[in-house]
Structure formats: structure tokens, C-alpha cells
Design a protein around this ligand. Structure first.
Ligand SMILES: *Cc1c(COP(=O)(O)O)cnc(C)c1O
Ligand code: SF4
Length: 518
């Protein structure tokens, strides 16, 4: 018998090496039916199914294929048929002995995640019924009409800024209320009613609550001077620059909602400040006069806090600078106050994106923050700009397990947002200390994604320390005689990988067409 490949040969050897014995009638009927289908239909499916079943009975009970009345020739005919149908000439042996077990093995890597993702890390879409309940309650307590709820100005008008109002909406222990009151003497707390509606009642450490209401070291270190973000990176008014070709314009110090883990906490909040045009002009002049600059990030605070007219003016000015080739806008508002995303704003984004690529960079830290409302906002934005990217912060109790972080990345991807960075929470502010996560934990979480979820749902893991420094472990285990040993992140398996020939790379002065011009 001329087997198509060693896999098919191996499969036949296995199938016919078992014992010939009598089998239960129902097994015989099952196999007969599969055989009939495999012979009659012009599909590979029934053939694969038949061989799989035969292999299963051989492996479980040592039953030879002969026990079902098969000759080698009969089955060989089916193996041939399989190969002929398959467009790529894949053999039934390869499929049954290799491909299917590999898929099963891969499935087992994500089984635990799939079992836990909706209970350990439910999205705001899955929690929507409860969020609607919360919304009704908040509207009643604060006296917010539906109309006001659905507008940005309404959300800001009723923003929750003091612990007294907060405690009407969320059950907080008396001691916590006292502590928050103390912290908020210095710290600007603010939740929009919409963002507050994402907090799940009864969960004492709700991940949305932890991001918006001070706890832990913020309480213990109340009043401690927070180191300002380094002035040594601000070469011009409103400008931060770590890199030659990318700069940020800190366009405002305001946000719609303030985060307990905010890296810019020393500059943000406290007192709302509208910057005057002169400040923006000075920033723009710095960019105009520095031809190296190619990519400009309009950040804050939150850049969507800017009135539409001002945002449009800024984007227009940037688009008119020839060496500026692309722009980014940093905003959390689609997550915290999606009501801000109106048609006028969307038109401005599209108009600027038509001139030069515009990306929106947001911050989503839990799947819980993706609701039907924020998903819709991101969908609308994604239609008008060249990309919507997420920069999450790795935070204890919020997204510091595989299940939570994977679920976050998958959920935002399903909401038109691409995971871009995950930042390790900064060491600079003692008030964040309780939310920090060891780097190794972050590495396991992020690197565990390789091979297990879509590649474009995998963010890069970053430390911010005078610029962004990647924290990923390398997968290069060793280097032996021009070969490197690579480790597959998802299985730990080590594979040899020949490196490029350095002689050819560095010393080939007759490279490609060059050899014709001796
Ligand atoms: C984050 C950041 C950038 C952008 O970095 P990318 O790696 O290009 O996303 C640029 N400038 C400053 C000051 C930043 O904080
Ligand atoms: S939205 Fe950004 S800038 Fe504003 S408080 Fe949160 S982390 Fe800070």
C-alpha cells in the first residue's frame, strides 16, 4: 500500500494493530453509518470523523478496525478520496494524528479563561441590566432628567465631586466616608453620573469605584507632596518631549472624571484652567520651528474637554505644518462621558483625518467600562479616524489577572479599539503604591496572550521612566553557533531558529543589483 505520508501510514498501523473482537451493536451501527456517509458524500468531514472514531475505539479499548469489518483496502480508498477532495492535499493521517490533537492542546490553554471570563471580568455590556438600574437610581437621587443624562453638559452639571453626594449613590462604610472626605481636601474627586452608574452595588472593591474614589495609600499618605512630572522634559510651554519625532501638547488640565491612578495627578484637576491662545501659539511655534517633529499628541488632561471650536483650530494648525505628518488625541471621555461624542466633534475628527492620519488614544482599564453606550461612541469615532488605540494601566484589583486583562483586551477589540500599551503603574507617587503590580506578574499576563488571543489584541507592556521602556521578557533563550533558541510563549517549547548569516549581511558588498555594476 502506497501511503500518502508517514502520518497516514502510522494511522493505519495503529488502527489495525488492535485486537479483533466483537463490538457492541450500537457501535457497529454508528461506524457503519459514518462509513456510508464517507463513501457517498463528497466531503472530507465524514471521512475524518470515521477515522477519528476508529482511532478513539482503538486507543480506548484496543479495538482493531477489522472488528468493524474493514479491510485495509476499504479504508485506504477513503484516505485517497480525502486527499483528492482537500484543496491543499492534506492527508487524513495528518489531520487526525497531528492537526486535530494540536488544536485540542491549544484549546486546553484557553479553557480556564473561557470558563471564567464572564464571571471574573464581566463587561459593561454583560452587566447592562444592572447599569440601567443604577442609572435610574442615580437619576432619582440627583434629579437628573433623561435629557440631561444624555448630554455632556448634563453629565458635567451633575458630576459627583463630594463624598456626601457619592455616599447617597453608593453604600460606603462610615470610616471610608471620613477618609475620602480627608483625601478630597487636596485631591480632586469627580465622577460623572454615567461613570458612577458603572459601579456595581455590593462589590466592595468594584474596579470602577477603585479608579475613581481614593483608598489605600491615598488615605494613608494624605497631604504628602506629589512629585510633579519632570520639568526637564518640557522644552516649551505646554510641550513635553522625550523623543525627537513625537511630542505632546498638554492642551488642558481638565478631565471629565478624575482617576485615582493619574500619572499627571500633580497637574491635573484641582483647579480648572482654560489656557489662553497665546499658550497654544507658543506650543505650535515650537513645533513649527522644529522640523524633526512628525507626530503630535494632543493630550491633557483630556483633550475632548476642549470645546469643539478650539479642538478644530488646534488640529487645523497642526495639519498646516508641513513636517507634522500625523496627530493623536488623548482622551478618556468616550469611557467616562460618552455623551460628549456629538456629530460636530465627529465631523471635526474626520476632516482632520482626511488631511493627515489622526488617531484617538484612550484609556480603558476594565471590560466593565465597555457598555453599549461607550461601544457605540468608539464605533462612531473609529469610522472617522485612522485608529482608536488603548493605553491601559496595570492596576491591582482592577486588571491584574490573566482573565481580567485578556477579557479587557478582547472586549475593547470588539468595541473597535486596539490594545496598544499596558503601563506598569508609576513608582513616583507614594499614593499609588497600593495599586502597583509586580513587573513579573504583568509579564506573565501580557506574554501569556501570545498564541492564545488575536495578535492585534495584544498590547505592549511598558514602564514609564523618562520615556516608554518595554518590559517584555525576551523569548530568546540561548544562542549556539549562529542558531538561536526561541521559546514559544504559549507552550514553553524551545525551537532552533537559524539567524541570518552575519557575513552575508555585513560583508556582501555585491548585494543584489550591485553585482551588476562592478
Ligand atoms: C507617551 C508619550 C509619547 C508617545 O509615545 P509613543 O511610544 O509614540 O506612543 C510621546 N511623548 C510623550 C511625552 C509621551 O508621554
Ligand atoms: S483621564 Fe487621564 S489625565 Fe485625566 S485623570 Fe484620568 S489618567 Fe489623569
Amino acid at each position: 500500500m502506497n501511503f500518502q505520508d508517514s502520518f497516514t501510514k502510522e494511522l493505519f498501523e495503529k488502527l489495525f494493530s488492535g485486537e479483533k473482537k466483537s463490538v457492541y451493536n450500537f457501535l457497529k451501527i454508528e461506524i457503519d453509518e459514518l462509513y456510508k456517509k464517507a463513501k457517498e458524500e463528497n466531503f472530507t468531514g465524514p471521512i475524518v470523523e470515521l477515522f477519528r472514531k476508529l482511532l478513539k475505539y482503538r486507543e480506548m479499548d484496543n479495538i482493531s478496525a477489522e472488528s468493524f469489518g474493514f479491510t485495509k483496502e476499504q479504508l485506504f480508498e477513503l484516505a485517497e478520496k480525502h486527499r483528492q477532495i482537500d484543496e491543499h492535499g492534506v492527508t487524513v493521517g495528518g489531520r487526525v494524528l497531528r492537526a486535530l490533537p494540536i488544536v485540542e492542546e491549544a484549546n486546553s490553554r484557553v479553557a480556564e479563561y473561557l470558563a471564567k471570563k464572564d464571571t471574573e471580568a464581566p463587561s459593561g455590556i454583560e452587566l447592562w441590566d444592572q447599569i440601567v438600574e443604577n442609572k435610574k437610581k442615580i437619576q432619582e437621587i440627583l434629579g437628573i432628567s433623561n435629557e440631561e443624562w444624555n448630554t455632556y453638559s448634563g453629565q458635567l452639571k451633575y458630576a459627583i465631586e463630594d463624598v456626601e453626594t457619592l455616599s447617597k449613590i453608593i453604600d460606603l462604610p462610615a470610616k471610608a466616608i471620613k477618609d475620602v472626605l480627608r483625601v478630597t481636601q487636596n485631591y480632586r474627586m469627580r465622577l460623572t453620573p454615567y461613570y458612577a452608574s458603572l459601579i456595581m452595588p455590593g462589590n466592595i472593591n468594584d474596579p470602577v469605584l477603585l479608579q475613581s474614589v481614593p483608598t489605600g495609600e491615598m488615605v494613608d499618605n494624605v497631604g504628602v507632596e506629589i512629585p510633579p512630572v519632570a520639568a526637564d522634559h518640557s522644552p516649551a510651554r505646554l510641550i513635553d518631549q522625550f523623543y525627537p519625532r513625537v511630542v505632546t501638547i498638554k492642551s488642558t488640565n481638565m478631565c471629565a472624571m478624575y482617576c485615582t491612578h493619574c500619572l499627571r495627578i500633580a497637574h491635573i484637576g484641582k483647579k480648572d484652567r482654560i489656557y489662553n491662545k497665546q499658550a497654544y501659539e507658543e506650543a505650535l511655534n515650537y513645533i513649527r520651528n522644529n522640523k524633526y517633529i512628525r507626530d503630535v499628541l494632543v493630550t491633557g488632561g483630556d483633550a475632548f474637554v476642549l470645546p469643539n471650536k478650539l479642538l478644530k483650530w488646534l488640529l487645523d494648525e497642526l495639519d498646516s505644518i508641513e513636517h507634522v505628518k500625523m496627530k493623536r488625541i488623548g482622551t478618556r471621555i468616550p469611557v467616562t462621558t460618552p455623551q460628549r461624542i456629538d456629530d460636530e466633534l465627529l465631523d471635526i475628527l474626520e476632516e482632520s483625518n482626511d488631511k493627515k492620519p489622526l488617531r484617538v488614544v484612550t484609556q480603558i482599564n476594565t471590560a466593565q467600562e465597555i457598555t453599549p453606550v461607550s461601544r457605540e461612541a468608539f464605533k462612531q469615532i473609529s469610522k472617522r479616524v485612522s485608529a482608536v488605540l488603548n493605553q491601559a494601566v496595570l492596576l491591582k484589583g482592577i486588571n491584574d489577572t490573566k482573565v481580567k486583562m485578556w477579557k479587557l483586551c478582547e472586549t475593547i477589540q470588539e468595541a473597535y479599539v486596539r490594545p496598544y500599551y499596558v503601563f506598569n503603574c508609576s513608582y513616583r507617587n507614594p499614593q499609588f503604591a497600593h495599586m502597583r503590580v509586580p513587573i513579573e506578574v504583568g509579564q506573565d499576563i501580557i506574554e501569556g496572550m501570545y498564541g492564545n488571543i488575536s495578535g492585534d489584541a495584544i498590547p505592549r507592556y511598558i514602564a514609564t521612566a523618562g520615556g516608554k521602556i518595554p518590559l517584555h521578557r525576551t523569548n530568546v533563550v540561548d544562542r549556539v553557533n549562529g542558531e538561536i533558541i526561541l521559546r514559544k510563549p504559549w507552550s514553553g517549547e524551545e525551537v532552533k531558529y537559524p539567524d541570518a548569516n552575519p557575513d552575508m549581511y555585513y560583508n556582501d558588498d555585491k548585494f543584489a543589483f550591485k553585482k551588476y555594476y562592478e
